[in-house]
Design a binder for this molecule. Structure first.
Ligand SMILES: [Zn+2]
Length: 304
């Protein structure tokens, strides 16, 4: 039986998810996973155009799902969940949030650290799933100095090369040229402290990089051993309803749509088969749950 069932977590109900506004939790959601202690700290939320969710999906079907998700308006709130992993020797942060230069509703990470009484200077390692603003731009402060000057930073080589090369501007719609400038600003700041990694590499024993490309060219996730397994999935699955029920729909934010679809299918298939837990960066706080097969697709069953 899965760990989530043992904890007698709530079953997935659309109502509970719709009601769950992005949390700014004073006490972060925490749990133990094998040798790791996990906490999910909110960075606030993004406010995005609803059209971003699945612009090319059949309109009637999309409307039905958006209604079910409580997102029929022109904009929707997308939670941003940053995962903190404590091991006996390390405090490891997965992504750094938006910082102060992306959206006024995001960039709350360090406030939430403070409220929770967690000392950010104790963070030894930071692993980035990818180079989008809501995951990377919190790396530096408003003077472009590192927020965590003593940490070591881990970036997938494919992702680093994408943002630092001319391909970055070619691969993005022109209105998002600022994403490239921002990614480079943050990557340049960590240049002396970065370790370039690839899928299969361990950050520490039991915490491994896995390949989940498509959302961006070098998007990666993290797999934690122990229990039934846990995957910190970054933006491979970004919407609690659409990504699971229609993994074949193409959110605007995916850089390589066909690859992103293939990654979603593969990840969902695995999560449903082995009952690993999932933490999704944009799923309703804390973004933790399991995946079940439902009809021809899947559904997300949140832990809280
Ligand atoms: Zn994101």
């Amino acid at each position: 039986m899965s760990k989530l069932s043992r904890r007698a977590f709530l079953s997935a109900s659309a109502a509970s998810l719709v009601a769950g506004a992005p949390a700014l939790a004073a006490t972060p959601y925490s749990f133990r996973h094998g040798a790791f202690e996990i906490a999910v700290i909110s960075d606030g939320h993004l406010v995005l155009p609803t059209t971003f969710l699945a612009p090319d999906a059949p309109a009637a079907e999309r409307e039905t799902l958006l209604k079910l998700a409580g997102q029929s308006g022109a904009q929707f709130n997308s939670p941003t969940n940053v995962t903190l992993v404590r091991t006996p020797n390390d405090l490891i942060l997965v992504d750094m949030g938006s910082g102060d230069r992306f959206m006024p509703t995001a960039g709350r990470l360090w406030d939430n650290f403070k409220t929770a009484g967690i000392d950010k200077s104790k963070i030894t390692k930071v692993v980035f799933t990818h180079g989008h603003p809501d995951h990377l731009w919190g790396t530096v402060d408003d003077l472009d100095d590192l927020m965590l000057p003593d940490a070591t930073f881990y970036v997938a080589g494919t992702e680093w090369d994408f943002w630092m090369s001319d391909n970055a501007t070619r691969g993005l719609p022109s209105e998002r040229a600022g994403f490239v400038t921002g990614a480079r600003r943050n990557y340049v700041a960590i240049k002396q402290k970065v370790k370039i990694v690839k899928p299969g590499d361990d950050i520490v024993t039991g915490l491994r990089i896995i390949d989940t490309p498509g959302h961006t060219q070098g998007h990666v996730s993290l797999e934690l051993v122990g229990g039934d397994g846990l995957i910190i999935g970054g933006d491979a699955l970004t919407h609690w309803l659409i990504s699971f029920q229609h993994p074949e729909w193409r959110p605007t934010a995916d850089h390589v749509p066909e690859q992103a679809i293939a990654t979603r299918r593969k990840l969902l298939d695995r999560l449903a088969a082995d009952r690993s837990e999932l933490i999704g960066f944009h799923l309703p706080y804390p973004g933790l749950g399991i995946v079940e097969r439902k009809d021809a697709a899947y559904r997300f069953i949140p832990a809280a």
